[in-house]
Design a protein around this ligand. Structure first.
Ligand code: PGA
Length: 253
């Protein structure tokens, strides 16, 4: 049985954009007619969330954050809670991006805690997984990903999968202008879907949105989402410029 999953394209702005820049970008984006089947999200810096949500109001663009605390509230200087994200207008959050795993030492266990917290508080979660260049070259991609999935999805109930997106982002492809070839990404996505079916059942696996991320740009977006198991894109560098992000959205229609 073939399942029609919609395409989800998310801009990950990382540590870029002021409030005014975010507002201008999203106002222009909201005016653009986006294919009914494509869902668009902007993962903005914390400081831009409220302005971004305001600019997106009335459009189908979703606003999200790039990180969140695993704690509900309390004495955690510098941290941001799920409730604060929702209050600012965010509907989703990226969890476990490789930059957070590598630069800020976030473990699979912490990724799991954050995801459970965010999902239980009603946020949609984009959980990132991916292998390093060494792991890739040694042929360990699948083992690494399966391990990240088992730990990251610990204690997940079937219901929690409904608001989960998994983004496969090979670390060697992030910000390197060296995207995984569409067929290569498809093969990995397919094995992720097979593994999910084996561990959590076919219905969950068939319904889950699996995004690809890593050097996505206007000229490779179409070929990537044309793959049967690639349901969307997580776009870093190429999402910062409006024309380039628009080109990606036009390419996936
Ligand atoms: P990139 O980043 O598109 O600049 O490679 C993707 C990401 O880190 O999500």
């Amino acid at each position: 049985m073939s399942h029609q999953r919609s395409k989800v394209i998310i801009a990950n702005w990382k540590m870029h954009k002021t409030i005014a820049e975010a507002r201008a970008f999203i106002t222009s984006l909201a005016m653009m007619a986006i294919s009914q089947k494509t869902q668009v999200g902007i993962a903005a810096p914390f400081t831009c969330l409220a302005a971004a949500a305001h600019a997106a109001h009335g459009s189908s663009i979703e606003i999200g954050a790039q990180n969140v605390s695993d704690k509900p509230d309390g004495p955690y200087t510098g941290e941001i809670s799920c409730q604060m994200l929702k209050d600012a207008g965010a509907t989703f959050v990226i969890i476990g991006h490789s930059e957070r795993r590598q630069l800020f030492h976030e473990s699979d266990d912490l990724v799991n805690e954050k995801a459970l917290r965010a999902l239980n508080e009603g946020l949609q979660v984009v959980m990132c997984i991916g292998e390093t260049r060494d792991q890739h070259q040694q042929g360990n991609t699948k083992t690494v990903l399966m391990n990240q999935l088992v730990k990251g999805l610990k204690n997940f109930t079937p219901q929690l999968f409904q608001k989960l997106i998994i983004a496969y982002e090979p670390i060697w492809a992030i910000g390197t202008h060296q995207n995984a070839a569409p067929e290569q990404a498809q093969e990995v996505h397919h094995s992720i879907r097979e593994f999910l079916a084996q561990e959590w059942g076919k219905a969950i696996s068939q319904n889950l949105i699996l995004q690809y991320g890593g050097s996505v740009k206007t000229d490779n977006a179409h070929a990537l989402v044309a793959q049967p198991d690639i349901d969307g894109l997580l776009v870093g560098g190429a999402s910062l410029n409006f024309d380039s992000f628009r080109g990606i959205l036009e390419g996936v229609r």
